[in-house]
Design a protein around this ligand. Structure first.
Ligand SMILES: C[S@@+](CC[C@H](N)C(=O)[O-])C[C@H]1O[C@@H](n2cnc3c(N)ncnc32)[C@H](O)[C@@H]1O
Length: 265
């Protein structure tokens, strides 16, 4: 498949120390400027994905289709965001799939929203709540830039969530326990609630208060990821890594045989 006008393209080229990665939507008549020279978008349109192209001064630039992880790395942000390592794990553990109805709070910069949108696909829906208007505007711009169409953004507190028969709820807010009562009503029986919190104190409070609110089978994780560098001379872990992002807590809505809130230890 070749690159079409309007596609998002990932340009990769040599920086001073590391490879540089920039995402642009290609449009006829526009240019991409780098320290290695300029390329005209017209020369990119019609190329095979994965091609290498020469700049005006002879530099080489690789053009690739951006992955979800590339998009997340480049997302303009004004809040702490969920990283690919955590988002991938949260989504797999949540059990959501194409067609699912998912509720999120808060939207922040929209990084997790973007992943949830990919996971539920065109037949699914993500409803995301954010109290801060400025963050919501940024998230809305980010999602529009990436062509997302299956997300509804609400400038509203998630404690007042409107949805019912929800497959999964994702909470990346400071006080997720304040939403448990409403979340229990909104979720389908057996539905998943997934909380992301940065501190041990929050993690304990999530697990203990969730038990009192009809959630069970809590699983708590921290995802640690180490990247390696491999070349002709040596193979070793990269000297830096993301030390800590947060704890992931996955729980299920439990009911008794009368459909009432229930508890399991
Ligand atoms: C850490 S950020 C979320 C980042 C987001 N997960 C991402 O990947 O970009 C937390 C957000 O939750 C919002 N927030 C906090 N409490 C909220 C609530 N009760 N309802 C809706 N949004 C809330 C904050 O304004 C903030 O933007």
């Amino acid at each position: 498949m070749t690159i079409k006008e309007g596609d998002l393209v990932l340009f990769i080229y040599k920086g001073k120390r590391e490879l540089r990665k920039v995402i642009r939507r290609v449009r006829r008549g526009e240019y991409f400027h780098t320290h290695l020279g300029t390329i005209c978008h017209d020369d990119v349109i019609g190329l095979e994905w994965g091609s290498s192209i020469k700049t005006s001064t002879g530099g080489s630039i690789l053009v690739l289709k951006p992955t979800l992880s590339d998009l997340m790395e480049q997302i303009p942000r004004r809040t702490q965001i969920i990283y690919p390592k955590d988002a991938a794990f949260m989504i797999i553990k949540s059990g959501i799939s194409p067609g699912s109805l998912v509720v999120e709070g808060g939207t922040g910069s929209g990084s997790l929203t973007l992943c949830l949108s990919f996971a539920v696909g065109e037949s699914g829906l993500v409803v995301s709540y954010e109290t801060n208007k400025d963050f919501l505007k940024l998230a809305s711009r980010n999602l529009k830039r990436f062509g997302v169409k299956n997300v509804v953004l609400k400038n509203k507190d998630i404690r007042d969530l409107d949805e019912k028969e929800v497959d999964a709820i994702f909470l990346d807010i400071g006080n997720p326990w304040d939403v448990f009562e409403q979340a229990h009503l909104a979720l389908k029986p057996g539905g998943t609630i997934c909380c992301f919190v940065p501190s041990y104190e929050q993690m304990r409070k999530v697990v203990l208060s969730a038990k009192d609110n009809g959630f069970g089978v809590a699983e708590v994780y921290e995802v640690l990821l180490r990247e390696y560098e491999v070349d002709e001379r040596r193979t070793r872990p990269k000297p830096w890594m993301i030390g800590h992002t947060g704890f992931i807590i996955i729980m299920r809505k439990i009911i008794d045989s009368d459909g009432q809130q229930s508890q399991i230890t």
